[in-house]
Design a protein around this ligand. Structure first.
Ligand code: TYM
Length: 327
């Protein structure tokens, strides 16, 4: 249906999708595909902006595609593909990048953080422009992401507005969609920092494919706060508040409701309760992952790329003409 609004989002193929990804973004991916023209992408070109191992990348790319399918991304109801198989992403990134002020890129906090570890590399610097191209190449209206992508989304909007101003109305200015609760899931070991795939401490995050006993162990070790009351107070009780957010998402109950019920429960028992809910919620996902056939998934991804290439090319014909590079 061409008049439905388009949704685009991407995830890096790290192969270890965690609760932050799941709660902050992927649950929305699954919901939105029911109502919108949804396009989802395993952004492998983004993943190579930091040092990596090619064999590992190949494996984690497939693992990520399978994880998305297991979580509920439905290729019958959305478009799913690997970014690198649709070269129009990289082409549009160049066309947008030629005019992106360095000042804007210098402000990107993720660039600062990542380049401290990986060194100052062009790929990391240009990363947000490629992200803008991902979204704009499909003329997406809505972008479901976690809180940590807000700055990148703002830059995307600036890039769209600049292009439209220069060449005429071309790109919708995309809106970010974040969940009301869970837009920033915090580390279990340091609840003032976000849960992150790059944290060297593995007990800081729950992976969607962690075994149940690992999940229980990680929650048991989770840092809690002073006092003994289960209450929602992000500043005063960041650890318990984070656990409440997770529990709320896995039980479909409001935080107020949970606080009322568990207020007097001891921290230890509360952590066990959260662990049980998460284990229960993730079990069907783990089971569907195990039932997926690698060859079939690879075929699905190739088909997705073919469709995505056709759609992206149709948009790029217009863009090339506008910038003076048409046929
Ligand atoms: P990535 O791969 O780091 O993460 C995938 C999604 O998970 C969200 N997320 C979180 N949400 C809540 N709490 C957390 N602790 C948490 N950690 C991660 C991220 O916000 C993201 O939505 N740059 C993007 C990938 C990308 C993209 C795009 C996204 C490339 N092009 C175009 C949208 C549109 C990234 O690195 O996400």
């Amino acid at each position: 249906m061409p008049d439905r609004k388009r949704v685009f989002s991407g995830i890096q193929p790290t192969g270890n999708i965690h609760l932050g990804n799941y709660i902050g973004a992927l649950q929305n991916w699954v919901k939105l595909q029911e109502h919108y023209d949804a396009i989802y992408c395993v952004v492998d070109l983004h993943a190579i902006t930091v040092p990596y191992d090619p064999a590992e990348l190949a494996a984690s790319r497939l693992a990520t595609a399978k994880a998305l399918l297991a979580i509920g991304v439905d290729p019958g109801n959305s478009l799913l593909y690997y970014q690198s198989q649709v070269p129009q992403h990289a082409e549009l990134a160049w066309l947008l990048g030629v005019d992106t002020p360095l000042g804007a890129l210098n402000r990107m906090t993720q660039f600062k953080e990542k380049s401290e570890k990986a060194g100052q590399r062009l790929g990391l610097y240009a990363y947000p422009v490629l992200m803008a191209a991902d979204i704009l190449v499909h003329k997406a209206h809505l972008v479901p992401v976690g809180d940590d992508q807000t700055q990148h989304l703002e830059l995307t909007r600036d890039i769209a507005v600049r292009f439209n101003g220069k060449f005429g109305d071309t790109f919708p200015v995309p809106e970010q969609i974040t969940p009301e609760v869970g837009a920033r899931v915090m580390s279990l070991q340091d609840p003032t920092a976000k849960m992150s795939k790059s944290d060297p401490d593995e007990s800081s995050r729950i992976l969607v494919f962690d075994e149940p006993d690992t999940i229980v162990k990680k929650f048991r070790r989770a840092v809690t706060d002073s006092g003994s009351e289960v209450a929602y107070d992000v500043t005063g009780k960041p650890g318990i508040s984070n656990l409440l957010v997770i529990l709320s998402l896995f039980t479909d109950r409001s935080i107020d409701d949970l606080v009322e019920e568990y207020n007097a429960v001891q921290y230890g028992s509360f952590k066990q309760l959260v662990a049980d809910a998460v284990v229960e919620g993730l079990t069907p996902i783990r089971t569907s992952y195990k039932n997926l056939d690698d060859v079939e998934v690879a075929r699905l991804m190739t088909k997705g790329a073919l469709d995505a290439r056709m759609r992206a090319e149709a948009e790029m014909v217009g863009v090339r003409r506008l910038v003076g590079l048409g046929n």
